[in-house]
Design a protein around this ligand. Sequence first.
Ligand SMILES: Nc1ncnc2c1ncn2[C@@H]1O[C@H](COP(=O)(O)OP(=O)(O)OP(=O)(O)O)[C@@H](O)[C@H]1O
Ligand SMILES: [Mg+2]
Length: 222
Amino acid sequence: MGANFITGTGTDIGKTWLCCALLRHWRAAGLRPAALKPVLSGFDPDAPQASDAGQLLAALEQPVDDRALDAIAPWRYAAALSPDMAAAQERRQVPFDALVAFTRRAAQARGGPLLVEGVGGVMVPLDQVHTVRDWIAAGGLPAVLVAGSYLGSMSHTLTALESLIRADAPVAAIVVNESEGSPVPIELTLDSLLRHVAGIPLVGIRRADPAPGVARLAALLA
Ligand SMILES: Nc1ncnc2c1ncn2[C@@H]1O[C@H](COP(=O)(O)OP(=O)(O)OP(=O)(O)O)[C@@H](O)[C@H]1O
Ligand SMILES: [Mg+2]
């Protein structure tokens, strides 16, 4: 069973949506998946269900309580800022070494497919030194790079991919999650990307019919 790091070209690209879809797919197939959102900013303790961790727990059909949140999202910050900024507002710091150890431990302990959702995009700072890319490289889990099909996404996707490759971070797949209301047909984005990402599996997810793309990715990762 695989363990993967779900990253993206940026925030709001569909990482949590995709994780939840994969978790539901695997559960329906009788597997016992797990998910982590270790670093969570913009966390409102009065509305934990709305958080990424809350959504992942709902997809796993687990209660959203403090115990579950501590288990899957131990580093939570209130400000809806990048983790370095959100932590600094609370006079805290994201503990990079502990974060990497937590990720590696979870990957070893899993009994089914594991998804670790990152935060924002590949190059989001975690502290004054490290970015999400460093977390991916040190954690050792193959990354799934979630991208969009909006105008401008090609450059964002290839730039994010280059930065992962440069850090020797393994890339398991690139997912083009169709952007809402985009003038660019997702097929053209997939065709064009295919010519630039030789050797890396490419999966398209269409908003009107997401199930085939989710199933393909689920098979690829599990
Ligand atoms: N394929 C899709 N079909 C329908 N809605 C989607 C799809 N992908 C994403 N969304 C919606 O887009 C919004 C942003 O997605 P999501 O929260 O998954 O992004 P994210 O990459 O996890 O963001 P963050 O960086 O904050 O973690 C959500 O409201 C989500 O439900
Ligand atoms: Mg998310």
